[in-house]
Design a protein around this ligand. Structure first.
Ligand code: RB5
Length: 147
């Protein structure tokens, strides 16, 4: 199950991503928003973040105007590694090396063609582990006040 959410700045792009998820028979849970009306992004980032952190959803996708506010907010949830990406290399390597569990994108930054390919890479690239697992553990150490 994939968690997905957006604010008004990401609503149009979220519809395109949902089309991709439906076309590929990928189950998702939509945490809103449901229109172009202005909303605050942090509560939506929190809802998606908690759903991934508590295991209800395997990964998440968050979209706002830039992708930046959503990533800042989602990364405040313990256990979340949200990556704001607008290129293929970053989307691939944030899975390989960072084990990112939420992909953030900017609806005012990239078009639907690139965005769908980033989602596809994000959903289908496995974490490499090894030395990168040590580094992920150190990120958790920061959350736990050990670093
Ligand atoms: C909303 O205007 C915009 O600030 C928001 O979508 C996002 O880009 C924030 O980071």
């Amino acid at each position: 199950m994939i968690a997905i959410g957006c604010d008004h700045g990401g609503f149009a792009l979220k519809k395109e991503i949902i089309q991709y998820l439906n076309d590929n028979h990928i189950e998702f849970k939509d945490f809103g928003t449901d229109s172009e009306a202005s909303v605050n992004y942090a509560p939506i980032a929190a809802a998606v973040g908690h759903s991934v952190a508590n295991g209800e959803c395997e990964k998440g996708i968050l979209i706002c105007g830039t992708g930046i506010g959503m990533s800042m907010a989602a990364n405040k949830v313990k256990g979340i590694r949200a990556a704001c990406c607008s290129d293929h290399f970053s989307a691939k390597f944030t899975r390989l090396h960072n084990d990112a569990n939420i992909l953030c994108m900017g609806g005012r930054v990239i078009g639907p063609g690139v965005a769908v390919e980033l989602v596809d890479l994000f959903l289908h690239t496995e974490f490499e582990g090894g030395r990168h697992a040590v580094r992920i553990a150190q990120i958790a150490d920061i959350e736990n006040g050990k670093l």
